[in-house]
Design a protein around this ligand. Sequence first.
Ligand code: AKB
Length: 314
Amino acid sequence: MNDTKILIIGACGQIGSELTLKLREIYGTENVIASDIRKGEQDVFKTGPFEIVDAMNYEQVEALVNKYKVDEVYLMAALLSATAEKNPAFAWDLNMNSLFHVLNLAKDKKIKKIFWPSSIAVFGPTTPKQNTPQYTVMEPSTVYGISKQAGERWCEYYFNKYGVDVRSIRYPGLISWKTPPGGGTTDYAVDIYYKAVSDNNYTCFLSENTELPMMYMDDAIRATIGIMQAKAEDIKIRSAYNLAAMSFTPKEIAVAIAKEKSGFKISYEPDFRQAIADSWPSSIDDSAAANDWNWKPEYNLENMTKVMLENLSK
Ligand code: AKB
């Protein structure tokens, strides 16, 4: 396993940066090639190989795969929900073309395995909101959700038709103190901790009772590497797995923060992201991931809040 060569596309983003460091710990620095459209202010390009790549350019991606004899690709480049609504055409191009490039590289046997992230955004206003099942009505109403839903169908198609070993999970909102998120609807759940530490108050862009599925980044990274290391025959779902850890509202996260930081205050000024959040599930049934590849989260709102505040206060 230690000779496996891994390419991460979108390595400077919120998930990519932490994923790169973890994969380098497991597979060895030289075996994990980080790449992105530009260098971020990240450890990723100081701790191992780093290449500039445009995920939408097939020749550039193929050249990297050939140069490093890449076995596995983690395609983390994407425009998230809020940013995608501002530039739907570009979001569609980036999210879909980059996926086709790696799927086609695997179809042509140039790479062996792909990780591609999906999202709770594949669900829409007609989906059952509580404990949303793995298989259910899916009518996403955002361009991001539409691209993730279409991407899931293509992943399954390439697996069924060409035997491409592609694996995916539907991430909930992700929370980390290491790298800030960019352009998502769930970003408030990260911003709130930064503001709690700097100002002891926060104005939330979602309303107080908007309940969304969320996850601490360490759990998300464990899930990502877990599904990639699982035996191929255990991965029974080749579109994307539901994944869950906790669900809370802005009001509930504010209460959890106030327990650690007395006097913390929240106010609410919902903007265009409210409609996106209202179209998504409140909680997720992830029993298929638990059954098929032993997924189990470790963080809940309380222990995550302690870790977030502790680290951001340093
Ligand atoms: C977003 O808010 O767009 C993302 C997601 C749920 O996929 N965090």
